[in-house]
Write a protein that binds this ligand. Structure first.
Ligand code: C5P
Length: 223
């Protein structure tokens, strides 16, 4: 496959979601939000009454996801439809994020989602957001970015996001959750979160979205 891919991996709250959406729009390329697939697996499992440690049943849920991603106007989150129902808001809750990081440790679940992710690679190009885009899913991507930020900064960003959405949140609790999720993502044996050897690491702590975006655009232009 010669279609170009930009992979953006990194921990939750590093700004990957915002950066990849803006980048895909600017380049006019497709966007893969791979985290959404793990979130959808956790959400669909909960709705079907499947336990998050029932591997065989989870593989079926992941393999049989009936999902569509509908484009939205700039600045709005992509609309996500699961089994005909709009779950755009439901997949973003902390509960679903926590469930996602639990199903994501299961190698067979990851395998069940692999081809679905690769199918997003269509002309004129793809921007792929996740944890293992550069290491496992698109190892031949010409541009790989690993986006980080301090845990404190990520907690602060998530806090502002949730508060804006009207949620009642506690920043210390968010920081604990972010640390727990990092721990699980980095120390699992199945596709642990780490930069690909050929990835460019960008630390977004203290940088604006525009500053990060312009660094990534420069890398894309050089490729
Ligand atoms: O990025 P997001 O917060 O939506 O991802 C939710 C969870 O899904 C992550 O904490 C991680 O455990 C898992 N994930 C993954 N591989 C990816 C994307 C997400 O394991 N490529």
């Amino acid at each position: 496959n010669t279609v170009p891919v930009v992979t953006v991996d990194g921990p939750g709250g590093s700004g990957k979601g915002t950066i990849t959406q803006m980048l895909a729009r600017r380049l006019g390329w497709h966007l893969l939000d791979s985290g959404a697939l793990y979130r959808l697996t956790a959400l669909a499992a909960r709705r079907k009454g499947v336990a998050l440690d029932d591997e065989a049943a989870l593989v079926n849920v992941a393999g049989g996801l009936d999902v569509t991603f509908e484009p939205t106007p700039a600045g709005e989150p992509v609309r996500v439809i699961l089994d005909g129902e709009d779950v755009t808001g439901d997949i973003r809750t902390e509960q679903t994020g926590d469930g996602a990081s639990r199903v994501a440790v299961i190698q067979a679940v990851r395998d069940a989602l692999l081809q679905r992710q690769r199918d997003f690679r269509k002309a004129p190009g793809l921007v792929a957001d996740g944890r293992d885009m550069g290491t496992v899913v698109f190892p031949d991507a010409p541009v790989k970015v690993f986006l980080t930020a301090s845990a404190e900064e990520r907690a602060q960003r998530r806090y502002l996001q949730l508060k804006e959405a009207g949620a009642d949140v506690n920043i210390d609790h968010l920081l604990d959750e972010i640390r727990a999720r990092d721990e699980r993502d980095m120390n699992r044996s199945a596709a642990p979160l780490k930069p690909a050897e050929d990835a460019q690491v960008i630390d977004s702590t203290g940088l604006s979205i525009e500053e990060v975006l312009s660094k990534v655009m420069t890398l894309v232009g050089q490729a």
